[in-house]
Design a protein around this ligand. Structure first.
Ligand code: GA4
Length: 321
């Protein structure tokens, strides 16, 4: 828990957006269409971010988890705090990570392995949801491998399917903040989750219909992503950027809090086993192409990531000069 001195919200403000010169369309991938492979690769190269429909995740899993999450976040603070502070898993409120980042958010960070220790009621529900979302993430990774002509086609997905896969699951609640009036703050925004890239291979996000997610475009501007509770949003993570030697980009993103409506999001972060060596795939290196990154294990990267601040350029330490 942060001890917040008054005025509370000052410490959560970020500067007004510079608007994009051209507002691009967020790539929309229909997983039921055979041509989705080409679109997937293009989206990972151009944005590192896309939206997926016809994803095959049963609506009942999504709804059950969302309503359980809403129940949990509506319970008294003392009840929620029994599951915190996160170490690294558990309930967190306003503090993100352990290096001083704060945001207008409360969350549950959970181990995505089946049989992990979750708050009561979450057990079966998280397992059903995470198993189904992981299957979709693996399908996407296999389609990407196909389109990149990588053999075997499970080069990426096997890392998530491995029993030792270090995958994490997160449920975020961005409460409304009535004291915050954007107009009175010269366009400054209230930050829910500050800008960052995800360290893992792939992240799969689903939110309710409240806006807040923004992605950073190449020109440095921020674009707001219209919410869509029936679709999933996928991020390329740092590890996939490295494995593709920079062809795919891990997208910088953030969440700004909505002054009036609650936002609830749930994210599966698919990560490799701790001992896995992360390096560009030799079959992707054309001709004289050099590796842009020093080789590291996921353990090393994760350790360095957890010692960083949210907005740090974590891959910078592993780039070859
Ligand atoms: C960002 C992606 C995931 O939410 C997360 C986050 C983690 C945390 O909340 O503890 C980190 C952040 C995330 C990257 C830098 C470090 C670690 C907070 C933070 C300041 C669970 C993850 O794996 O990395």
């Amino acid at each position: 828990m942060v001890t917040v001195s008054k005025p509370i919200i000052e410490q959560f403000l970020v500067k007004p957006n510079t608007s994009p010169l051209v507002i691009p369309d967020i790539p929309l991938i229909d997983l039921s269409k055979p041509e989705s492979k080409q679109h997937l690769v293009k989206a990972c190269q151009d944005f590192g971010f896309f939206k997926v429909v016809n994803h095959g995740v049963p609506l009942k899993f999504i709804n059950k988890l969302e309503s359980e999450a809403v129940n949990f976040f509506n319970s008294p603070l003392a009840t929620k705090e029994k599951f915190g502070p996160p170490d690294p898993f558990g309930y967190g409120n306003k503090c993100i990570g352990r290096n001083g980042d704060v945001g207008w958010v409360e969350y549950l960070l959970l181990n995505a392995k089946p049989e992990s220790d979750y708050p009561e009621n979450f057990q079966g529900i998280v397992n059903d949801y995470a198993t189904s979302v992981k299957a979709m993430a693996c399908e996407i990774l296999e389609l990407l491998a196909d389109e990149l002509k990588l053999q075997p086609r499970n080069v990426f997905s096997k890392l998530l399917k491995d029993e030792q896969s270090d995958s994490v699951f997160r449920v975020n609640h961005y409460p409304p903040c009535p004291e915050f009036q954007e107009k009175e703050r010269n366009g400054s925004k209230l930050v829910g989750f500050g800008e960052h890239t995800d360290p893992q291979i792939i992240s799969v996000l689903r939110s309710n219909n409240t806006s807040g997610l923004e992605i950073s475009l190449r020109d440095g501007s921020w674009m707001s992503v219209p919410p869509d509770s029936e679709s999933f949003f996928i991020n390329v993570g740092d590890s996939l950027q490295v494995m593709t030697n920079g062809r795919f980009k891990s997208v910088k993103h953030r969440v700004v809090a909505n002054g009036t409506k609650s936002r609830v999001s749930m994210i599966y972060f698919g990560g490799p086993p701790l001992s896995e060596k992360i390096a560009p795939l030799p079959s992707l290196m054309q001709g004289e192409e050099d590796s842009l990154y020093k080789e590291f294990t996921w353990f090393e990267y994760k350790k360095s990531a957890f010692n960083s601040r949210l907005s740090d350029n974590r891959l910078g330490l592993f780039e070859k000069i």
